[in-house]
Design a protein around this ligand. Structure first.
Ligand code: H79
Length: 481
């Protein structure tokens, strides 16, 4: 008998089409199904305990590396001598490059400097716990070795190597997790796959070459689903994540259901909210912004670039400072999210030095302060993140959230971490402490020399040294009960 299920109709659907009706699911408390799907996804049928177990490593991880790498790294933001505005991996679309011309780039792609060991080691040294790489972006070029379509790095380039396999091997060796980004909806070089059409978006995002004409379902059946099958089965323990993107209305509930049937065969897999067809997936995915309060009750991951592009652009040097990147990580952790921070290797496979430098600096901070990031829970306060303006409005006309950057907080069972961005003069003062503070020290101080704690009514004062240990963020640890 199915208990705790929303409606008889959904229960019937579950019984007839769900791939995984195990006894545990039938016995357990069921997570409510929010919309009726032709195929129940694992998120619809698992118990909260099963969900916690599946999401556990991901929730603890907090920091991952996004890699956008593909043929677009060859033009690197320039086409026919013109700089093309916008994000580098969109150049085929933004410059309306004909399919045949874009496909011809494959013959020049020979990234001999690519070194999977070094990339995984870079992620490790940055303190990242997982990598998500573009197995196929919107341009339709596969960075792996699919039998399903010859437009791929092994068959169509002089490189003839599968960087996804090399990364999988290295991730295994170095204890890193690996996930795949797969553009399931847009595929600008496959007939039927140029999914951003006139109806959905303003020019120049509709298809621009007759070679793109075709039927979306045919594209999905002939290319995307077979390739996803190969990605899900040919790489050992990986992927642990599938990162979908840009669903349009072409991805009907029925077509998305076919993909879900495939995903359900991999019960530990985590996938995001961008499949389409009404599926919510596991994670919210704010892109290029950090939500004011996170997403209470939902797992979430902010994906962000270090400069203004995902795929390599030779002239984009607008890199954020290490301070900004690190404070973003802390801000996100304090709101219960993960930070998926992008690198964009060039057409030889080199990671831009500005990216390496920043990642190593972030990693240095984490090496000292990891305890305040991994496996922590969100802030017990909240108002330190900022406040809604009484005068300014955002783009939607709602009161604008103005972030504050004095400090953030993360939480453990018996500790409160305060990540101080602005160094207070003398004391760190908490107006109201949610727990009794029994002691305090600076995390960077290996001796844990106690700092003076003074109770002030319902609040507390912590006496600080005159200067921060790290001007970007110094972590104050409060022992609590
Ligand atoms: O993979 C990265 C992006 O390529 C992808 N998501 C991240 C993770 C993404 N696809 N679409 N979008 C992000 C947003 C779309 C932006 C657009 Fe445009 C605005 C498409 C058309 C107008 C930017 C400007 C790209 C072309 C012109």
């Amino acid at each position: 008998m199915i208990r705790n299920c929303c409606s008889a109709a959904v229960a019937a659907v579950l019984l007839t089409t769900c791939a995984l009706p195990s006894p545990a699911q039938i016995e357990g408390e069921r997570i409510a199904i929010s919309s009726s799907h032709p195929v129940a996804a694992i998120q619809d049928t698992e118990t909260p305990a099963q969900r916690d177990a599946r999401m556990g490593w991901w929730r603890d991880a907090r920091f991952g590396m996004f890699i956008h790498w593909g043929l677009y790294s060859i033009p690197a933001g320039t086409w026919n001598g013109k700089d093309i505005n916008g994000i580098g991996e969109w150049i085929m679309n933004s410059a309306s490059i004909p399919v045949a011309d874009y496909k011809a780039l494959a013959k020049q792609f020979n990234p001999t400097a690519f070194n999977a060991h070094d990339i995984v080691a870079l992620a490790k040294s940055a303190g990242m716990k997982y990598i998500v790489i573009t197995a196929k972006h919107h341009d339709g070029f596969a960075m792996f070795d699919p039998k399903a379509d010859p437009f791929n790095i092994v068959a169509a380039t002089p490189f003839h190597r599968d960087p996804i396999r090399e990364l999988a091997v290295e991730c295994n060796k170095q204890g890193m997790k690996l996930g795949f980004y797969y553009s399931q909806d847009q595929d600008w070089t496959a007939p039927g796959g140029a999914a951003y059409k006139k109806d959905d978006h303003k020019p120049p995002t509709f298809h621009w070459d007759a070679a793109q004409d075709g039927d979306f379902a045919t594209y999905l059946h002939n290319k995307a689903i077979p390739q996803m099958k190969e990605l899900l089965t040919n790489y050992g323990d990986f992927p642990v994540v599938i990162w979908f993107d840009t669903p349009t209305k072409d991805m009907s509930p029925a077509l998305a259901g076919e993909i879900v049937t495939l995903l359900n065969q991999h019960p530990n897999l985590i996938w995001n909210n961008r499949l389409g067809g009404g599926y919510k997936g596991d994670t919210e995915t704010p892109e290029q912004f950090i939500p004011a309060q996170g997403y209470p009750g939902r797992d979430w991951e902010a994906c962000m670039t270090m400069n203004d592009t995902w795929g390599y652009k030779s002239y984009d040097t607008n890199f954020k400072s290490t301070q900004t990147l690190l404070r973003n990580l802390i801000d996100i952790a304090s709101k219960g999210g993960n930070y998926l921070l992008n690198i964009g290797p060039d057409s030889k496979g080199n990671v831009p030095p500005a990216e390496i430098e920043r990642l190593q600096e972030v990693g240095k901070w984490i090496a000292t302060n990891s305890e305040a990031i991994y496996g922590t829970k969100p802030t017990l306060f909240g108002s330190e993140a900022g406040a809604v303006s009484s005068t300014e409005k955002d783009k939607q006309g709602k009161p604008k959230f103005i972030p504050a950057w004095n400090w953030r907080s993360t939480t453990a069972v018996d500790k409160i971490y305060i990540e101080l961005f602005t160094w207070p003069d003398g004391n760190f003062h908490l107006e109201k402490s949610p727990r009794t503070v029994t002691g305090a020290y600076l995390l960077a101080d290996k001796a844990h020399n106690p700092l003076k704690v003074t109770q002030t009514g319902s609040g507390v004062d912590i006496a600080l040294p005159s200067a921060p240990v790290d001007p970007i963020a110094t972590v104050l640890v409060l022992n609590t009960k």
